[in-house]
Design a protein. Structure first.
Length: 416
C-alpha cells in the first residue's frame, strides 16, 4: 500500500459567526473555500490540472452552502476544470473525514494528489436556523422523526447531551470552567507567539481590502469569576417540545430513566460560533518527488467509530483507542493530542478516560477559545497538530472529535 503524505495545510482565521457582526459574515461560503484553495495552489506552485479530486466538508448543505461547495470553490479559485470536487457531511467530524478519504484514495494507489478540507459559515447557518424556527420547523439531526426509531436510538440536543454526560460522569461545572479558562490562556499564548502563522492565510474582500487576518473570537480577558457568572445555555432546551410530548430531556431519559441534571455548559465553556475554512494537500511519494514537493507529515492510520447516539458526544475515546491499535501505538507515543472542545465535557472526559498528560492536549487552545466552524474544524485541527509537531519537535499527533449521531472520526499523523 502506498503512503499518503501531507504536503501542506492552510486555514482562514476564524471570524465571529454572527450575521452582520463577524468580519467574514458578509462573504459567500464559496469565497472562504476558494481562499484556502488558492493559498494551497500558490504556496506549493501547484499545477491544478494534476489534482485528482477535491474532497470537501460542509455540515449545513443548504442555500449558499449547498450545491457541492468543493467543486464550485475550486472553479472560483481558478483551478483547472479537470480538478473535480465533491462535498460530504459527517456533521462536526467532516473535516477529519475529508482528509481520511483523501489519504485513502492515495494509499490505494488510485489517485496521486487530492485536496481535502471544509467550510462552515455559521453566521449564515444561524440565519437558516432562525428562518426554519420561525416557520415552525423542528431542529434536524436530533430526533429522527420516526417514533419507532427514536425509541430504539433516541437522540437529543448536543448541548443537553453535554450537560447530561457531565452529570453521569460526576464532572462539575467548576472543572469545565477551568478547562475553558485554560483554553483561553493557551490560545492567547499561541497567538502572541505566532504559533498559527504558518497555516493562517488572510481573507480578502472582493475589492482587495483585508476582511480578516487574525483570530476574531478569543477572549483573553476571560476570568474564572466571569465564567462562573454565566447562565447555563441549554437548561431551557431540555423541555423543548419535539412533538407528541417528547422533549430533549425525555429522549435521554428513555435510555437513562433515573438521570436528572442541571445545566453546566454555557457560552464560555462551549465551542465558539464562528466562520472559517481550511484545506490540506495530500499526495503520494511519486507525485511529491515528481513535482518537487517536500512532505511535512505522513498519515499513519485513521479510523471511524460510532457510539450510542443517545448521548451523542462519547465516541472520541473508543475512536482514539481504535486508531492507536490500528497504528500499533500507545497513548504514550502521542506527542500532540487535538480533541475538539465542542463542549468542555468532551475534552475533560477524554483526558480523564485515557489518563492523558494534559500538557500534550490542545496545546494551543481549543474551540472554547478559538471557535468551531463545524465542517472545517477537523481540517483546521490536523493543520494545528502538524504545526505544533514541527514547533515542538514531536513525532506523532492524534486528532479526533465528536460528531452528531454518536460518531467520531480520528487520524494519527507522523511528522517528517
Amino acid at each position: 500500500m502506498s503512503e499518503a503524505y501531507i504536503i501542506d495545510a492552510v486555514r482562514t482565521p476564524r471570524g465571529i459567526g454572527k450575521p452582520g457582526k463577524g468580519a467574514l459574515s458578509h462573504l459567500h461560503p464559496q469565497h472562504l473555500a476558494a481562499t484556502v484553495l488558492k493559498a494551497i495552489k500558490e504556496r506549493n506552485n501547484l499545477d491544478t490540472s494534476t489534482v485528482d479530486d477535491i474532497i470537501w466538508s460542509t455540515s449545513t448543505q443548504k442555500g449558499k452552502q449547498g450545491g457541492d461547495l468543493g467543486r464550485m470553490a475550486a472553479l472560483a479559485a481558478g483551478y483547472d476544470t479537470t480538478a473535480s470536487g465533491t462535498t460530504l457531511d459527517r456533521f462536526c467530524g467532516g473535516g477529519i473525514s475529508t482528509v481520511n478519504f483523501a489519504a485513502a484514495t492515495v494509499m490505494s494507489g488510485m489517485e496521486d494528489c487530492v485536496i481535502a478540507g471544509g467550510t462552515e459559515m455559521m453566521s449564515y447557518t444561524a440565519q437558516i436556523g432562525a428562518e426554519e424556527a420561525n416557520a415552525g420547523l423542528k431542529p434536524l439531526g436530533m430526533g429522527s422523526g420516526n417514533a419507532a426509531l427514536d425509541a430504539i436510538h433516541p437522540q437529543s440536543h448536543q448541548g443537553v447531551c453535554g450537560d447530561a454526560i457531565a452529570a453521569l460522569e460526576g464532572i462539575s461545572r467548576e472543572a469545565l470552567d477551568a478547562l475553558a479558562l485554560e483554553s483561553q490562556r493557551k490560545a492567547d499564548i499561541a497567538i502572541k507567539e505566532g504559533r498559527f502563522a504558518k497555516s493562517l492565510v488572510p481573507v480578502y474582500n472582493e475589492d482587495g481590502s483585508v476582511a480578516l487576518d487574525r483570530e476574531e473570537f478569543p477572549r483573553p480577558e476571560t476570568t474564572a469569576e466571569g465564567l462562573a457568572a454565566l447562565k447555563p445555555s441549554f437548561e431551557a432546551l431540555k423541555d423543548f417540545d419535539l412533538g407528541g410530548g417528547v422533549t430533549f430531556a425525555k429522549q435521554i431519559q428513555r435510555r437513562y430513566p433515573d438521570l436528572t441534571w442541571t445545566g453546566v455548559h454555557h457560552a464560555g465553556n462551549s465551542s465558539g460560533v464562528v466562520d472559517g475554512a481550511a484545506a490540506v494537500l495530500i499526495a503520494s511519494k511519486d507525485y511529491a518527488d515528481k513535482h518537487g514537493l517536500k512532505p511535512r507529515a505522513r498519515v499513519v492510520a485513521y479510523a471511524n467509530q460510532g457510539d450510542d447516539p443517545t448521548l451523542m458526544l462519547n465516541a472520541p475515546v473508543p475512536a482514539a483507542k481504535k486508531v492507536l491499535e490500528k497504528a500499533g501505538l500507545t497513548k504514550d507515543d502521542i506527542d500532540v493530542w487535538e480533541i475538539n472542545e465542542a463542549f468542555a465535557v468532551v475534552a475533560e472526559k477524554f483526558m480523564r478516560d485515557l489518563d492523558l498528560d494534559r500538557s500534550k492536549v490542545n496545546i494551543n487552545g481549543g474551540a472554547c477559545a478559538l471557535g468551531h466552524p463545524i465542517g472545517a474544524t477537523g481540517s483546521i485541527l490536523i493543520g494545528t497538530a502538524l504545526d505544533e509537531l514541527e514547533r515542538s519537535g514531536g513525532r506523532y499527533g492524534l486528532v479526533t472529535m465528536c460528531a452528531a449521531g454518536g460518531m467520531a472520526p480520528t487520524i494519527i499523523i507522523e511528522r517528517i
